[in-house]
Design a protein around this ligand. Structure first.
Ligand SMILES: Cc1ncc(COP(=O)(O)O)c(C=O)c1O
Length: 424
């Protein structure tokens, strides 16, 4: 490893205006955490907030807390997410999971787009999203079919392929803004415009983008979106997801799952169902307060840091990491499996090696005194290095490449077997 790169890391951390945000999170000095794109770190404020929630709001105030604190929690969080994704507060619903929200939106879209029976996605999309589409086709829209746009290199999707696959028979295009494995990022504005020329709806999955890259749902004329809150938004394991519907589409779309929280007046207990006419009509059930409340402190930190500032740091860190990988790891048999151009990339970088799984395990569970480094692994051979500019330093990235290099040079990975953990 070159001394000048070490010095650059130290210098960049010294000049980093966002450096102080790291201290807002629970950190372990012996761990470099590069998996904030899967599960974000725990904000210290969340500990305080959730212990008050459990001890006081639940323990002491009991049912009175619904009126005192809980009934507006979902819409309060929605207001903050709206700022992060460039939407209006009344265009965001917070609750359920990404898959459930996607289900509701896909179903609603297909029902509205009568006469069109093609759905488009791509082969880089998160598999669960594809399962949701296929399940809806199999169980409810039997004459519809799914077409997957292929990636020629497993890293990017050519926008001309999107253009070519769209036609007037396309009811819906659904894509991840940032793809989970390669980190490829679409140009949202361009894709929305191509789809709208064919009167097709677009549903964006923002799970790997929200909190990591600037998103302008309104300015890019986006129809619908879903996203999770447990990655870059730091909401905690399994924290509820969000859903976005453009204001002027809300009256045309209907929630396929009828229940009381989407009713105009849930607490009048009317036996007839009258859905709310705003975004709340996409709710289903009692808000999951214990998993929802921890979302808020993470959002506050992002809003304070500013998404543009976070992106600027993420790009500087990505470029630093890519340059190190090129000079130090490509000669050791690694490949870069993420786009090289900044505009085409989110905030994680995948590197590939045929022994990727064991290298990843050697980083997480060193047999010597090395620092623990936590990336994650996605088959067949990708090590994903997630950059969360709120708490990752340039030195983290330098040390990561140095550690991988030493694992390779000492063949440390050969000490591990190939048996995979349940959650890789
Ligand atoms: C891009 C993407 N979409 C959907 C999901 C599924 O989310 P959920 O488990 O909340 O349904 C995930 C989960 O990691 C994801 O990364």
């Amino acid at each position: 490893m070159k001394k000048q790169n070490f010095e650059k890391a130290i210098e960049s951390d010294r000049n980093d205006k966002l450096a102080h945000f790291k201290d807002r999170f629970v950190n372990d000095d012996n761990v470099i955490y590069l998996d904030g794109n899967s599960l974000g770190k725990l904000p210290k404020k969340t500990i305080e907030k959730t212990s008050n929630l459990i001890q006081n709001q639940w323990g002491n105030r009991l049912i009175r807390s619904w009126n005192e604190n809980w009934i507006n929690l979902s819409s309060n969080i929605a207001k903050k997410i709206a700022k992060i994704v460039g939407a209006q507060p009344d265009e965001i619903f917070v609750g359920d999971t990404t898959s459930i929200n996607l289900y509701k939106l896909i179903y609603a879209s297909l029902e509205t787009q009568k006469g069109k029976n093609k759905i488009i996605s791509d082969t880089l999309n998160f598999p669960a999203d594809i399962y949701v589409i296929e399940g809806i086709i199999k169980n409810h829209f039997k004459n519809h079919y799914l077409e997957l746009i292929k990636s020629t290199n497993e890293i990017t999707i050519d926008k001309n392929s999107v253009r070519q696959s769209l036609d007037l028979n396309t009811a819906l295009l659904t894509l991840s803004l940032v793809t989970y494995k390669s980190s490829f990022m679409y140009n949202m504005k361009e894709i929305n415009s191509i789809a709208h020329k064919n009167n097709s709806f677009v549903i964006w999955d923002l799970s790997h983008a929200a909190g990591a890259v600037p998103i302008e749902l309104n300015k890019t004329n986006a129809d619908m979106a879903v996203g999770c809150t447990y990655k870059y938004l730091n909401g905690g394991p399994g924290s509820p997801a969000f859903l976005y519907i453009k204001k002027d589409l809300q009256s045309r779309l209907n929630n396929p799952i009828w229940s009381w929280f989407s009713h105009q007046k849930p607490f009048e207990f009317d036996l007839n169902y009258y859905p709310d006419d705003g975004i709340q009509k996409f709710a289903i059930s009692t808000p999951t307060i214990l998993s929802m409340a921890p979302i808020e402190p993470g959002l506050d930190i992002i809003l304070e840091a500013g998404i543009e500032n976070l992106r600027e740091k993420s790009l500087a860190q990505s470029r630093f990491l890519l340059d190190l990988v090129k000079s130090e790891l490509l000669p050791l048999g690694f490949k870069i499996a993420s786009p090289d151009l900044d505009v085409n990339r989110g905030s994680h970088i995948s590197i590939q090696h045929e022994d990727g799984y064991r290298i990843n395990i050697a980083m997480i569970s060193p047999l010597n005194k090395s620092k623990i480094i936590i990336p994650d692994f996605r088959p067949p051979n990708n090590i994903r290095l997630g950059i969360s500019p709120l708490y990752n330093t340039f030195l983290d990235l330098y040390e990561t490449v140095a550690r991988i290099k030493s694992i390779m040079q000492n063949k440390e990975y050969e000490n591990y077997n190939l048996e995979k953990l349940v959650v890789p």
